[in-house]
Design a protein around this ligand. Structure first.
Ligand code: ACO
Ligand code: OAA
Length: 371
């Protein structure tokens, strides 16, 4: 038996959704560069689920389907209100809310392809509403209903802040959503596939995936990056701070990647946005500090910044609460999780690897009185 810690380098499935080849990321063969520069998040979701770009009328219809499903059942809002709002992390709230959403979907356990696509639309539409509703409720504000004429990105900011975003803000969120939408067999997507490969339902697969994304070695890193930048405080403290982390053998959040060893192709876009947005807000120090850290770690350890590194200062510049950074990632990655779940159902086989047993051999059972 072959054993690879963390399943590094193991090909666990075939997929037609996204690929990472020679540090280039593509969605269905379209480079992330083309998509980030030219596309909309809704178009990318359509692409990931249908493996083709939509025509104008297909895209309009898809947008209308999403817009029609954005509102939440009252029971989910009531549930969000029932948490201990001072301690619950928004990723935990999202994980629970998605699970509750399944209880209010009559088709939750209907497994045919058409029903699964309808559930995918509901989940993608409602995730933005859950994240923003929770973001408001915990501040004592009422959730805001989405507007049908706004894009997905604009609606996200509108439902969060109660006012329609500026073009630069909408563009930044749209691009961030595109860049995070799918990433081959990352840990949360793998989790989703493992879950539904038992022929469990989509809500279970997504709930499991949210749990996996929450961890700081995966999507949870973006919040930790901002925590680190805040702790550093000023540019001149950055290098001494990182040196101390190295001395204590601590990892630097937002740095390193299991697959990309020469650089994450998504990071440059977030870096550009961070430069632009921090300048607009008069807080270039977050960008400058991030560049210092990135350069130092590249030099010292050969580790590149990953997608989570510059997204922290981007979201901070947009005035978003730091613990909502990972829920934004989840809002985007919902598209990839759902694409992979649909693909898994399409050609399913139970996912069940083996473990190499390294425990004690041939022990004699001793009765409890004699132990
Ligand atoms: C969207 C995403 O999920 S992107 C990743 C987000 N996660 C983070 O940013 C957390 C910080 N980064 C990390 O923990 C890692 O780089 C991971 C989890 C992303 C990838 O990890 P792996 O491929 O398992 O690499 P692993 O953790 O084994 O590290 C290999 C070596 O590089 C070092 N290393 C890797 N990342 C870092 C880091 N961020 N800071 C310091 N050292 C690091 C490890 O300490 C290890 O060194 P060693 O061989 O001397 O023990
Ligand atoms: O692929 C990974 O391991 C992590 C990652 O970058 C992502 O999920 O976007």
């Amino acid at each position: 038996m072959v054993s690879a810690k963390g399943l590094e380098g193991i090909i666990a499935t075939e997929s037609s959704i996204s690929s990472i080849i020679d540090d280039q990321l593509t969605y269905v063969g379209y480079t992330i560069d083309d998509l980030a520069e030219n596309s909309s998040f809704e178009e990318v979701v359509y692409l990931l689920w249908n493996l083709k770009l939509p025509t104008k009328s297909e895209l309009d219809e898809f947008k209308a389907e999403l817009a029609a499903e954005m509102e939440l059942p009252e029971a989910v809002i009531e549930h969000l209100r029932s948490y201990d709002l001072s301690t619950v992390h928004p990723m935990a709230a999202l994980r629970s809310a998605v699970s509750i959403l399944g209880l209010h979907d009559e088709e939750a356990d209907v497994m045919d392809e058409a029903a699964n696509k309808r559930k995918a639309i509901r989940l993608q539409a409602k995730v933005a509403t859950i994240v923003t509703a929770f973001g408001r409720i915990r501040k004592g504000k009422d959730p805001i209903k989405p507007k049908k004429n706004l894009s997905y990105a604009a609606n996200f900011l509108y439902m969060l802040n109660g006012e329609e975003p500026q073009d630069t803000e909408e563009e930044a969120i749209n691009k961030a959503l595109i860049l995070h939408a799918d990433h081959e067999l990352n840990a949360s997507t793998f989790t989703a596939r493992v879950c539904v490969a038992t022929l469990s339902d989509i809500y279970s697969g997504i709930t499991a995936a949210i749990g996996a994304l929450k961890g700081p070695l995966h999507g949870g890193a973006n919040e930790r990056v901002m925590e680190m930048l805040t702790e550093i405080g000023e540019e001149e403290n950055a290098i001494p701070y990182i040196k101390e982390k190295f001395a204590n053998k601590e990892k630097i959040m937002g740095m390193g990647h299991r697959v990309y060893k020469n650089g994450d192709p998504r990071a440059k876009y977030l870096k550009e946005m961070s430069k632009e947005l921090t300048k607009i807000t008069g807080q270039s120090k977050w960008y400058n500090m991030s560049v210092k850290i990135e350069d130092f770690i590249k030099e010292e350890k050969g580790l590149p910044a990953n997608v989570d590194f510059y997204s922290a200062s981007v979201y901070h510049s947009l005035g978003i609460d730091h613990d909502l950074f990972t829920p934004i990632f989840a809002t985007s990655r919902m598209a990839g999780w759902l694409a992979h779940i649909l693909e898994q159902f399409d050609n399913n086989r139970l996912i069940r690897p083996r473990a190499e047993y390294v425990g004690p051999q041939t022990q004699q059972y001793v009765s409890i009185e004699n132990r």
